[in-house]
Write a protein that binds this ligand. Structure first.
Ligand code: FES
Ligand SMILES: [Fe+2]
Length: 431
């Protein structure tokens, strides 16, 4: 039988440890994640090119909510809760479509694209249509990328808008279209997936194809980066400055939810492809392909890679404590012609292979995290600082600090103390 004390790892001075296992599999913790993180923070939802014309819409599911993103007659992207104001039926039951108006399939109440209730047949005079618009949520569009927030008091989007605009703008001067999209159901907690995203410790062994074009270890300004990376970065930086592509890295400033950095690719690669060759025509303002790869991470649900010839976005939407939907979308220039200018299979190659490798690693990690014997092990200061930083951001979202969690001298021990209190307050399957 394990006592909580016996589960503590050997203390290693200054070493960080991951989150306790219970955060990855308990349904109460999952519900807390949804209410305190996914229903409060800004989320990536879709790209404008998926709804180019008035009346086009897509639906997105967050927690218990189905949501509609629709372009109204004025061209504005609107966010509506997909729940009729009569008796609550879902109104749009497809993942995407086109409508002049939204007609509820149950009793045919009719809503405009802007959410206003326009008709409700057989209703009495003392009911006023103006009182029953669809519930709405906040939407922000930055260079085509659509962000949403379900809170009635969303945090400011100003810094994100300003930062994303600076980084995205040169890539977004030409319209794009969806080239490939794949929806995965990953049998892992959303944090298992994000922990995996925040480190490249596993890349050399787990992502042979990704590592053809990408350095598995390297951060601008980090003296622990490999010499090959530092040389490539210094050379690329000069070129980016010349091309006016040099906004310095933005790395979760002051605990913010986003990171934007441009990375050089390996010699012989002008994009993240298997061959090193471009896989589609140039998107945006560039006269050449070799501009590195712009990587954006947004907590809690997105990461993007913007190459000169294609973009890749990944969007996470949690389903349960141990299941997450991951939608991966590849975009090419809107006027590129399939078969002549690009082959969708080649565009998607690297990130389809890499994503599927990651899902498998995450699913294996999730299974092991659920072990009754799991306690977090030490994180590599060289390769897993991002995992430790993500844990800090996550606990801050829950209103907890590492200090609250215990009085020990390092992050890991504080987190383990947190597990002790959870063990004592819940029956969680330990013997
Ligand atoms: S539930 Fe929509 S019209 Fe009745
Ligand atoms: Fe990975």
């Amino acid at each position: 039988m394990n006592s909580p004390a016996a589960l503590k790892p050997t203390k290693a001075g200054g070493t960080a440890f991951g989150l306790p296992g219970i955060y990855y599999w308990s349904e109460p913790h999952f519900r807390e994640d949804m209410s305190r993180i996914f229903y409060r923070n800004w989320l990536f939802a879709a790209h404008e090119c998926e709804i180019p014309n008035p009346g086009d819409y897509v639906t997105v599911t967050i927690g218990r909510d189905s949501l509609i993103l629709a372009r109204d007659n004025a061209g504005v992207v609107r966010g509506h809760f997909n729940s009729c104001r009569h008796r609550g039926s879902i109104i749009c039951h497809q993942s995407k479509g086109h409508a002049q108006r939204f007609v509820c399939p149950y009793h045919q109440w009719v809503y405009g694209l802007d959410g206003r209730l326009e008709q409700f047949r057989l209703m009495q005079d003392d009911c006023d249509k103006r009182d029953y618009p669809l519930h709405s949520f906040r939407v922000e569009v930055v260079c085509g990328f659509i962000f949403i927030n379900l809170s009635s008091a969303p945090p400011s989007f100003d810094l994100a808008r300003e930062t994303f605009t600076r980084f995205f703008s040169p890539h977004c001067t030409t319209p794009v279209k969806v080239c490939v999209d794949i929806d995965y159901l990953v049998k892992a907690n959303w944090k298992t997936i994000f922990d995996n995203n925040r480190e490249c410790y596993h890349c050399a062994s787990g992502h042979k194809e990704f590592c053809l074009s990408n350095f598995d270890f390297g951060m601008p300004g980090d003296p622990r980066s490999s010499a090959e990376f530092l040389t490539a970065h210094a050379t690329a930086q000069q070129k980016w400055e010349h091309l006016r592509l040099s906004p310095g890295p933005v790395n979760f400033p002051n605990g913010e939810w986003f990171r934007c950095m441009r990375f050089p690719l390996k010699k012989g690669f002008v994009t993240e492809s298997l061959s090193g060759e471009p896989v589609a025509p140039i998107i945006g303002d560039f006269s050449e392909y070799d501009i590195g790869s712009l990587r954006i991470v947004g907590l809690p649900n997105m990461w993007f890679h913007l190459n000169a010839d294609y973009f890749m976005t990944t969007r996470l939407t949690p389903i349960s404590a141990a299941e997450t939907r991951a939608r991966v979308v590849w975009y090419v220039r809107a006027d590129a012609v399939e078969g002549r200018d690009y082959d969708p299979l080649r565009v998607a190659d690297v990130w389809r292979i890499t994503s599927e490798q990651d899902w498998k690693l995450c699913e294996m990690n999730q299974q092991g995290l659920q072990s009754s014997r799991y306690v977090p092990g030490p994180l590599s200061r060289t390769a897993e600082q991002g995992v430790a930083d993500f844990a800090k951001w996550y606990l801050a979202q829950l209103g907890r600090t590492l200090e609250d969690a215990g009085g020990h001298g390092d992050d890991g021990m504080r987190l383990i103390d947190r597990v002790d209190s959870l063990i004592s307050s819940e029956t969680n399957g330990f013997e």
